[in-house]
Design a protein around this ligand. Structure first.
Ligand SMILES: Nc1ncnc2c1ncn2[C@@H]1O[C@H](COP(=O)(O)OP(=O)(O)OP(=O)(O)O)[C@@H](O)[C@H]1O
Ligand SMILES: [Mg+2]
Length: 251
């Protein structure tokens, strides 16, 4: 069976001012896989992720060439609003809104036009269940989200993203501020979401990429050095630079 690509970048090049940050990135990410992106600091991992939902353009020195497809659609044809609904992002530090747990999740659907109280409550409950947070928060939905633990806040951010029914979820080092137990819960959540979503995980933690991702790409100084099935990339990399990184010789 041929895997179906849901994200496809063609000759993607990115710059911040005069600095070339990504060079000729050609990458296909398949539907419902967890794709890991690993590489040392400044290799362009975050920039790649943010190129997918056009967040880099918030910086006026940013320029980009090449094409990005979501399914059959060139993302140029999608408005920022629609693109970011279809491709959600989870950042390193949980970015909860300074409102209640309930309203954090209801925010996106409201922006996208859902208004009925019953409909919204249903969406909030479903999203919290999918993010494996419902049991922990169902009796305190009106409390400020800031009262949750870091790991719960991160799963709340996942629920908030899920509430607008994305196709793809991007994670930029989502566990870097979390303890091992919270990290395990976020990783479990990712595994459970596999059935219905495509997920791209940027991580500095090669062990995490090994645990969670099915395929992995190694970025180095703006170049996509190697892509492979995660167990193969980790044990029999083709490129010496990948081998050096994986075996901890740099990065
Ligand atoms: N807003 C920005 N303005 C100017 N340069 C930037 C900006 N964001 C990133 N860069 C530069 O782009 C390069 C790649 O950065 P990026 O954040 O994509 O790397 P990364 O692989 O995610 O690194 P890390 O592992 O530290 O998060 C770096 O040299 C960085 O300094
Ligand atoms: Mg980064």
């Amino acid at each position: 069976m041929v895997a179906e690509a849901i994200i496809r970048t063609i000759d993607l090049n990115c710059w911040f001012g005069a600095l070339t940050v990504l060079k000729d990135i050609n990458l296909e990410i398949y539907k419902n896989e967890i794709f890991g992106i690993i590489g040392p600091a400044n290799s362009g991992k975050t920039t790649f992720l943010r190129a997918l939902n056009r967040l880099n353009y918030l910086n006026i020195s940013y320029q980009q060439t090449g094409e990005i497809f979501l399914g059959e659609q060139n993302i140029r044809t999608l408005s920022d609003n629609i693109l970011r609904k279809k491709i959600g992002i989870i950042f390193a530090l949980p970015q909860v809104l300074p409102v209640s747990i309930y309203n954090n999740v209801a925010y996106g659907p409201k922006v996208h036009g859902f208004t009925g109280k019953d409909t919204l409550s249903q969406i909030v409950e479903t999203a919290l269940k999918k993010a494996y947070l419902w049991e922990e928060v169902k009796d305190r939905l009106s409390e400020p989200a800031a009262r949750l633990s870091g790991g719960q806040q991160q799963r709340l951010c996942i629920a908030r993203t899920l509430a607008v029914e994305p196709q793809v979820i991007l994670y930029d080092e989502p566990c870097s501020g979390l303890d091992p137990i919270s990290t395990a819960k976020v990783e479990d959540t990712m595994q459970q979401l596999k059935e219905n979503y495509t997920q791209i995980l940027v991580t500095n933690n090669t062990k995490q990429a090994g645990r969670v991702s099915e395929r992995c790409g190694f970025f180095l100084m703006g170049e996509l050095v190697e892509i492979g099935q995660t167990p193969v990339l980790f044990t029999k990399p083709r490129d010496k630079r990948t081998d050096d990184y994986i075996s901890g010789r740099f990065g």
